[in-house]
Design a protein around this ligand. Structure first.
Ligand code: ADP
Ligand code: ASP
Ligand code: MG
Length: 410
């Protein structure tokens, strides 16, 4: 008998029929004597619909009220799921974030979980009930509803698994595991049996949707093994686990891409102490996260500075940088939204030379120009023209020996 936390994503609970299917699946585990905690997302498309409604109402929805609105999506799913279980003759209890309670800070729209109470869930489990918890939502110190950011139900599930000391956390989704790259882009992508927390963190930081980054941070911190698998088949998926020595034998384990970054260049800024601090200060104050930064070698006391920000922050960043550019006497500010960041990821890079070189050679052979480069211990990223994204992913996937043998989804 085990304590199992399962999370089902939006497409898995996208219709009444699918919710019934999930209830049947959960009941199979329950009947084997397992204690089941089931985290659900909103039905597919619902969170987007709610955002649209808010935007129809006003250009700048109040963040507190937006969270009250967005949290309703998950409320619908858990209620319907509990009804489904009951209609099959078993006991279930739905709980919203505040009923659990999942305590967060007060950052509406991107709240962080800092503590989870487990008494209520434990009591319900002792009564042999299936407990279903609304994903993506919490309660702040003032008693207000918060949400955790897009994809946040993954984080709810892993955080609950950690708090309840669950035996396993299973993330059910519309693909049958984690692939060497997005299987919807690259038909040769291969399903991995295992991936380390650190590699998954790098993939998630590039918005590989399959797991939300904070869920991986939680899993790593509390050593929660995650099993990512398909809602629609029985086959084993991918385990996300702590690194083992043999993982370093593989040079590159995945290729990720991100089309949601934009590039800003400030031409001819004075090259003297304090300038970078001055440029980035207003961005920091507005909560804009800067990713890559490159500064050219100085010529005649002037230099060019280029950096990337999320596309959603592009306009705001441009206006802030234009303002500060004038103050410091920069020549001009340029912006480009049509870029993509392509990355190769693998813990094996730590112990093998030449990986970056091979990436540059592979892109050069296709005449793809590299605009910016950044590296970490287990990742090399290049910024390229967005129109070459798919091509770059495919050639790198082949060059690093990741293609499956069949030339199609495994
Ligand atoms: P859910 O609604 O279940 O949370 P998501 O849409 O958030 O599902 O995540 C699953 C999607 O992640 C897949 O359909 C796939 O397109 C995408 N994805 C991106 N990168 C990968 C990858 N490396 N492996 C598997 N899926 C990936
Ligand atoms: N419903 C939320 C979203 O669409 C949270 C989730 O599905 O994980 O982002
Ligand atoms: Mg998701």
């Amino acid at each position: 008998m085990a304590l199992i936390v399962q999370k089902y994503g939006g497409t898995s609970v996208g219709s009444i029929e699918k919710i019934r299917g999930v209830a049947k699946r959960v009941l199979e585990y329950h009947k084997q004597g397992n204690k089941m905690v089931v985290v659900l997302s909103a039905m597919a498309g619902q969170t987007d619909n709610l955002i649209r409604l808010a935007q129809e109402m006003t250009d700048e929805p109040d963040p507190r009220e937006l969270d009250v609105l967005l949290a309703t999506g998950e409320q619908v799913s858990v209620a319907l799921f509990a009804m489904a279980v009951k209609s099959m003759g078993y006991e279930a209890r739905s709980l919203l974030g505040f009923q659990v309670a999942i305590h967060t800070n007060r950052l509406f729209g991107k709240a962080r979980i800092h503590d989870i109470e487990t008494e209520r869930i434990t009591k319900e489990l002792e009564k042999e009930r299936i407990v279903t918890v609304a994903g993506f939502q919490g309660l702040d110190g003032k008693g207000d509803i918060t949400t955790l950011g897009r994809g946040g139900s993954d984080t709810t599930a892993v955080a609950l698994a950690a708090a309840l000391n669950a035996d396993v956390c299973e993330i059910f989704t519309d693909v049958n595991g984690i692939y060497t790259t997005d299987p919807n882009i690259c038909p040769r992508a291969k399903k991995m049996d295992r991936i380390s927390y650190n590699e998954m963190l790098e993939m998630a930081s590039l918005r590989a949707k399959v797991l939300e980054i904070r869920s991986v941070e939680f899993a790593k911190k509390f050593n929660v093994p995650i099993h990512v698998r398909s809602t629609f088949t029985q086959e084993r998926g991918t385990m996300v686990v702590a690194e083992t020595e043999d993982m370093e034998k593989v040079l590159v384990s995945g290729v990720a891409f991100d089309k949601n970054e934009a590039r800003i260049t400030i031409k001819k800024v004075p090259d003297r102490p304090g300038i970078a601090a001055k440029i980035f200060h207003p961005l920091f104050k507005s909560g804009i996260i800067v990713d890559m930064i490159v500064q050219n070698t100085s010529e005649d006391g002037e230099t060019d500075l280029t950096f990337t920000v999320p596309t959603s922050e592009f306009q705001k960043t441009l206006s802030l940088v234009n303002k500060v550019g004038k103050e410091i006497g920069a020549q001009k500010v340029l912006g480009d939204k049509n870029i993509a960041k392509i990355s190769i990821i693998g813990v094996g890079m730590r112990s093998h030379a030449g990986v970056a070189q091979k990436m540059f050679d592979t892109l050069a052979q296709e005449n793809i120009n590299i605009m910016m480069i950044s590296t970490s211990e287990i990742k090399v990223s290049c910024v390229i023209d967005q129109k070459y994204t798919e091509l770059a992913v495919r050639v790198l996937h082949t060059a690093f020996g990741l293609d499956n043998d069949l030339g199609e989804k495994s």
